[in-house]
Design a protein around this ligand. Structure first.
Ligand code: FAD
Length: 535
């Protein structure tokens, strides 16, 4: 019998789980299938960046991740671990000014638990083998461990099925790029003879490059890219002795390894799909892009793809916004994916320089430029994901990430903006002064009437007492002046914020007629381009 659902997600890695949570928390019927018969225990991605944590904060799981991991100051660029040159995250304007070190298996377990809380279970031992578009959507053939099959019809299909994606192949999308020529050794092991301080320590010499990341339990992730071992077959199982010899040679001192939890010979590829959407089918995460591990971007980009896609799909299923909203996923995330391919490749190539003279020059250049405040800020923003912005609507803040801010309610409770953004629709903010609250009251009330189940409004005063105002929307005070210092905005401004904490459009006046025209165009526009939204 044909089974039906709204969205079928293929793959329960970090990307697929994020899409599924975003749908499930909006009461969209979603199924998520996974070919593996049990959750992965592989540590794989260890780095969780600030923007990912901000999204996971909106999903309500950031604190849990932080409790299980440890924080590290940033990403090291120098190959001299004793004297690190670091892109420090400490000065970033975010609730999470660091990188979180947490094995991917634990991130996945926390995400899966969150999905379960919305009543959705991962359907394991279930593989997508084929799909075809139908009038109502997409009909997928799923094969189970006992070789039985089922047909599932969904309005939309999401391929979050990793770099070997069946969905991408079935779509006939090329995965453009090339494999890297190098092979890395990877081991999660105990180590004696070297003390690593945490973070992402790097070393290099004539033999090659090594990364060392300590885990909470005293063991370490060790990765080496060693010139001596590049001609071996990638299929041969790595043994502890080889890894020990390799890391000792690169550290230039004897190191003793024991109790391996995971040993792997591993290579990555540099590839990007030219499109992330065809019709009702989407690809996300490693299915859409795969690249060098430098900078720890893979899982983070996948989770951020998933977050961008999830709410848009939910709105499309519910018919609350035009289908064209979905097109912005491809446009926005393809641009981010191609940028990440370029930067992570450049970073790895610079670390893998073969000749000593070139390596010395690299160190010199890094030592001159990386400490500069402007370079520090740019590097930290780019690596953390906080620097991503999109082309959305009109207004000087349109398309920018809105940072988290703390406000006070009439009952003196402290409320963070990102807690308000857990609302599944758009968030409308009227940032006003107490004077404007009096003098523009009629216009403000008219604007607030536009609130509905997809749009929740909040009035935010720059000072004064929220309890003195009885608007139909919640009224809070920006008691720390965050709107001015973090957003650089003055009172008398309206901001429409997307569910993924980017500003859809903003206005620098409180005129209700202009606002309603703008909102109408926003809801109905066929294209979310600046011209289409211009009033
Ligand atoms: C050693 C290593 C270190 C890494 N370090 C970092 C890091 O520090 N930071 C970082 O951000 N990234 C890192 N990465 C990359 C990161 O692991 C990936 O980018 C991330 O797993 C991608 O998530 P995903 O959900 O898109 O795909 P995956 O994690 O690959 O998940 C895809 C899922 O789909 C399932 N699947 C595949 N085909 C089918 C099918 N036909 N039917 C049903 N299910 C299917 C698979 O079983 C899998 O569970 C690292 C990777 C490795 C290997």
């Amino acid at each position: 019998m044909l089974q039906k659902t709204d969205v079928l997600v293929i793959g329960a890695g970090p990307t697929g789980l994020t899409v599924a949570i975003e749908l499930a928390r909006r009461n969209v019927k979603v199924r998520i299938i996974e070919q593996r018969n049990q959750p992965s225990t592989r540590s794989k991605a260890l780095v969780v960046h600030a923007r990912t944590l901000e999204f996971l904060d909106i999903l309500g799981v950031a604190e849990e991740l932080i409790q299980h991991g440890y924080t590290s100051p940033g990403i090291d660029f120098s190959a001299d671990a004793k004297n690190p040159l670091r892109a420090s995250m400490y000065k970033l304007d975010t609730r999470f000014p660091y990188i979180l070190i947490l094995p991917q298996a634990e991130t996945e377990a926390i995400l899966e638990h969150r999905l379960n809380q919305f009543g959705v279970e991962v359907e394991r031992s279930s593989s997508l083998t084929h799909f075809q578009e139908t009038e109502a959507g997409v009909c997928a053939t799923v094969e189970y461990q006992d070789c039985s099959q089922a047909e599932i019809e969904a309005k939309y299909l999401v391929g979050a099925d990793g770099s070997q994606s069946t969905v991408r192949e079935e779509l006939g999308l090329p995965f453009e790029g090339s494999p890297y020529s190098w092979t890395a050794f990877l081991g999660d092991v105990y180590m004696e003879g070297h003390h690593a301080e945490g973070g992402t320590e790097q070393h290099s010499n004539d033999r090659g490059l090594a990364f060392i990341v300590p885990f909470d339990d005293g063991s370490h992730r060790i990765v080496t890219i060693d010139r001596k071992y590049q001609n071996q077959s990638k299929k041969r199982q790595l043994d502890l002795v080889e890894l020990q010899e390799s890391i000792s040679a690169i550290l230039e001192k004897p190191v003793y390894l024991s109790q391996p939890k995971w040993l792997s010979r591993w290579g990555s590829e540099l590839r990007l799909a030219p499109r992330y959407q065809i019709g009702r089918v989407f690809i996300a995460g490693d299915a859409a892009h795969t690249h060098s591990p430098a900078g720890g971007q893979g899982m983070n980009t996948g989770i951020q793809d998933g977050f961008n896609l999830g709410w848009k799909l939910a709105f499309a299923v519910k018919g609350t916004f035009p289908q064209s909203l979905l097109k912005t996923y491809d446009r926005e995330r393809y641009r981010v994916g191609s940028q990440i391919l370029r930067t992570s490749d450049l970073l790895l190539r610079s670390l893998l320089l073969r000749q000593r003279l070139l390596r010395q020059m690299r160190e010199l250049v890094f030592r001159i430029f990386i400490p500069l405040p402007f370079v520090q800020r740019k590097l930290a923003e780019n690596l953390s994901g906080l620097g991503v912005s999109y082309e959305t609507g009109v207004g000087k803040l349109a398309g920018k990430r809105i940072p988290d801010m703390e406000m006070m309610s009439a009952k003196h409770e402290r409320i963070r903006l990102y807690e308000l953004l857990r609302f599944p629709g758009y968030t409308l903010i009227l940032f006003i002064s107490p004077n404007q609250a009096q003098s523009r009251r009629k216009q403000i009330e008219q604007i607030l009437k536009n609130g509905d189940e997809m749009l929740r409004a909040h009035v935010i005063l720059n000072n004064g007492l929220p309890q003195l105002h009885d608007f139909r929307a919640s009224t809070l005070v920006d008691y720390r002046g965050d709107f001015e210092t973090k957003l650089g905005t003055e009172t008398g401004r309206i901001l429409l914020v997307r569910p993924d904490a980017y500003i859809a459009f903003d206005m620098d006046n409180l005129d209700a007629t202009t606002f309603e025209k703008q909102l109408k165009q926003w809801k109905n526009t066929k294209s979310f381009s600046r011209t289409a939204l211009a009033v």
